[in-house]
Design a protein around this ligand. Structure first.
Ligand code: NAP
Length: 325
């Protein structure tokens, strides 16, 4: 396959395309530098002549390049994903066709871990609920009910990668006991590896989910795992909505089988089931990495990957599956 870098002529219009909405400043740079083509939401409406021009797609975890879209782009060479999670892109097809895929690890780890801590503190201490209580003028007639101590609790981290480890380090500063579950125990960490998600939930006051999304982890946190948390246990999810069985979570909350949940991600974003909007659930609109600083760093890394590819240089952050390409 011809690489952009082998092309001596200027980049043909339409070579770089955008799938789904992106950060405003990233869209502007792509427009200014590459006259980017915006791909339609419905792949059936994509003109085959336009599709044939596309050699690079810039996207985000929200949209990705799913199977049908990738199949419709015969000359695609690279997908640069804004975000560390790339479960919406068909990586198996990319590997099979020799298409590069990049993402933005590390630069968002701290903000996502901060969000997990915020959710954990909120589900234990109910700061959001107590603030609503004050704003509603209810403090005039009663004090806010007592809550639960987070410091010194047992935190179970499901997925101890970049973000999971950053969560564990932060929770350890609150004197929490850290347990974790991964498929393979992690070297050189001081925390106990627990073999299964059910066992992890059973031994934890709060289970915090930090595994990748996608088919391999879909429904990993099922009814059995959720119930294992017990009536005093909390669930926090900053990973992907697909990892948690949302119906089972709702049933456990409604049945009083767990104490509450803190969620930054949902199965069908931006739709949040009415039955999840409860006082014992803290709900965030997928803001894990949503700070000016981190989104800027994610934009810069997305562009660095695209520019490196165009220049024929090594990609800064290919996804791990690219070692097979
Ligand atoms: P990472 O470094 O690749 O870590 C993933 C961890 O999950 C690894 O420890 C991995 O260990 C473990 N894991 C994978 N499959 C598992 C399974 N079936 N059971 C148990 N553990 C499993 O990824 P990261 O950078 O920490 O990011 C994690 C995820 O966070 C991303 O993929 C993304 O979906 C999500 N995220 C969310 C936001 C947000 O805004 N809320 C922002 C950024 C990222 P093993 O391979 O040994 O199992």
């Amino acid at each position: 396959m011809t690489n952009f870098a082998d092309t001596t002529s200027p980049l043909a219009p339409g070579s770089v395309a955008q799938a789904g909405p992106l950060l405003g400043s990233l869209e502007k740079t792509l427009q200014d530098e590459y006259s980017v083509m915006r791909l339609p939401d419905d792949v059936a409406t994509l003109d085959p002549a336009d599709a044939a021009k596309v050699r690079a797609v810039v996207t985000s975890g929200r949209n990705g390049v799913p199977s049908a879209l990738m199949a419709a782009l015969p000359n695609l060479e690279i997908v640069t994903n804004f975000g560390v999670g790339y479960d919406t892109t068909d990586v198996a097809q990319a590997v099979a066709r020799g298409i590069q895929v990049t993402h933005t690890p590390d630069v968002l780890t701290d903000c996502v871990a901060d969000t997990a801590l915020g959710l954990m503190l909120d589900v234990f201490r109910r700061f959001g609920a107590s603030e609503r209580f004050l704003r509603e003028g209810r403090w005039e007639s009663a004090g806010f009910p007592l809550t639960r101590r987070f410091s010194g609790s047992t935190v179970g981290v499901l997925g101890l990668g970049r973000i999971g480890q950053a969560i564990a380090r932060r929770a350890a500063a609150f004197d929490a006991t850290i347990l974790y579950t991964t498929r393979r125990p992690v070297d050189d960490v001081p925390w106990e590896h627990v073999a299964s998600a059910v066992e992890l939930a059973r031994r934890s006051d709060v289970l915090v989910v930090a595994v990748p999304g996608g088919a391999a982890t879909e429904g990993l946190v099922d009814a059995q795992v959720i119930r294992a948390l017990g009536q005093d246990g909390f669930l926090v999810n900053i990973a992907r909505g697909s990892v948690v069985d949302e119906d089972a979570l709702i049933a456990a909350l409604e049945g009083g089988e767990i104490a509450g949940a803190g969620l930054d991600v949902f199965a069908h974003e931006p739709h949040v089931p009415e039955r999840l909007i409860r006082d014992d659930v803290t709900l965030l609109p997928h803001v894990g990495s949503g700070t000016h600083e981190t989104r800027r760093d994610m934009r810069d890394l997305t562009l660095a990957n695209l520019r490196a590819y165009l220049a024929g240089e090594p990609l800064p952050t290919p996804v791990p599956e690219m070692s097979a390409v």
